[in-house]
Design a protein around this ligand. Structure first.
Ligand SMILES: Nc1nc2c(ncn2[C@@H]2O[C@H](COP(=O)(O)OP(=O)(O)OP(=O)(O)O)[C@@H](O)[C@H]2O)c(=O)[nH]1
Ligand SMILES: [Mg+2]
Length: 397
């Protein structure tokens, strides 16, 4: 093989030099345009370079035999019967056959690419994978995120059979399917029914129990015109009673302090004729077994109809589940998430609701009493998690 570079002012010029030097059978390996600079910028011109090569000992083929046959020991002796590969004109139709083979190959590769685009090894499309990642970024636990993305994808594929196929994997459509999937997994209990119920709020310290009771009491008493009474079992924190007393006075509802099971039972008896009684409790560490036992005794003595576990939304899943586990002995049957305004990772809400198999009652989203509270709405929460919305919606009444 002999290779050489030829330069000309035009490609044709360079080509004719190739032909003249290497002959008809030269193979063009590379062409390049370059600018030749002149003296002080004068006489600058464009030149074309062609790299060409020719095989000095061309491969030989027998008549009617395809190119590049395996070398045979007697090949050297066949010179009389064989001709240079370059001098053999391509058999008629060979180029056409090659072309159709190439286009077949391109089609196959396109199909494989489409397939790779729509399915990953775990059965998730790229859109589904992206959505799953988004859920995880919003704090949704990986297995739940994957479950939802997969179910949303299946839902869309089913729909695709009936509807136009081209809209099924757009981000918007997928987002809506994902919201639907999340919504299905998040249970809600709806608003408290003011039918003579005793409602306990329990939870770790500083979660927002007292503030939430003030919000609920204000709504039921002032907006729904229900008979509301408050009981507090929190005498641990300095000014805890004062805090609720101020709210009780503003709202115009009675407040009773009850720190022992006996006092609790008596207070609840006293407020029996009321439409709804809210019981505030002291913040408790879930790690303190004695405190948990004490709290359980109060809940029992108060014959609680509902026990809402108050959890700040900006809590990590591990800690939140630890709280749920430890408070389960108290008889928790609702989850109430506070401080949604302090997080962007709403996934914890779904994780805890799904893992704990408990319905969500309310969510709070600010310090203002009474407005910053809403009935938990699975659809809204799913929208918050999937992203975009920051609409709490679902006012209390
Ligand atoms: N940003 C924000 N702050 C809140 C929310 N709910 C309550 N807070 C604030 O959280 C802090 C604690 O609220 P509390 O209602 O006293 O909490 P608690 O659970 O009663 O606390 P302990 O009785 O000490 O266990 C206060 O500063 C509240 O204003 C909310 O939804 N968003
Ligand atoms: Mg409190």
């Amino acid at each position: 093989m002999r290779a050489q570079t030829f330069t000309g002012e035009t490609v044709q010029d360079a080509m004719s030099k190739v032909k003249a030097t290497l002959g008809e059978h030269a193979v063009i390996l590379h062409t390049k345009k370059r600018t030749q600079s002149g003296w002080l910028g004068w006489g600058k011109k464009e030149l074309f370079e062609v790299l060409a090569a020719v095989d000095d000992e061309p491969t030989t083929v027998g008549a009617g035999v395809s190119a590049n046959p395996p070398p045979s020991p007697g090949a050297a002796n066949q010179s009389a019967k064989t001709r240079s590969v370059y001098s053999v004109p391509p058999p008629s139709g060979a180029i056409e056959a090659l072309r159709s083979e190439l286009s077949e190959l391109t089609r196959t590769m396109q199909m494989m690419w489409e397939r790779a685009r729509s399915l990953d090894v775990n059965g998730l499309s790229l859109t589904a994978l992206r959505m799953m990642e988004r859920l995880k970024e919003h704090g949704v636990d990986a297995p739940l995120a994957r479950d939802c993305a997969l179910a949303a994808q299946e839902e869309l594929l089913r729909r695709e059979d009936e509807a136009s196929p081209d809209d099924s994997f757009t981000t918007d459509t997928f987002q809506r399917a994902l919201v639907a999937q999340l919504r299905q997994r998040i249970a809600t209990s709806g608003a408290i029914e003011p039918t003579g119920k005793v409602i306990f709020l329990v939870g770790p310290t500083g979660g927002g129990k007292t503030t939430t009771i003030a919000k609920l009491a204000a709504d039921f008493a002032l907006l729904q015109h229900k008979k509301v009474a408050l009981i507090t079992a929190d005498t641990y924190r300095i000014a805890a009673v004062e805090q609720l007393k101020v709210y009780a006075e503003i709202i115009g509802v009675p407040l009773q302090v009850a720190t022992t099971p006996g006092e609790m039972a008596a207070a609840v008896r006293r407020y029996r004729p009321y439409d709804v009684v809210f019981v505030d409790t002291a913040g408790r560490s879930q790690r303190n077994a004695a405190q948990m036992k004490e709290l359980a005794a109060l809940v029992q003595a108060g014959a609680a109809d509902e026990v809402h576990l108050v959890l700040p939304a900006p809590t990590n899943l591990r800690d939140a589940m630890d709280v749920v586990r430890c408070f389960s002995g108290v008889g928790v049957d609702r989850l109430l998430f506070t401080k949604l305004d302090e997080t962007t990772a709403f996934g914890t809400i779904a994780n805890v609701a799904v893992k704990a198999s408990l319905p969500l009652s309310y969510v709070t989203h600010g310090q203002d009493v009474p407005e910053d509270i809403a009935i938990a709405d699975a659809c809204k929460i799913a929208e918050l998690i999937v992203g975009g919305s920051r609409e709490w919606s679902c006012a209390l009444s």
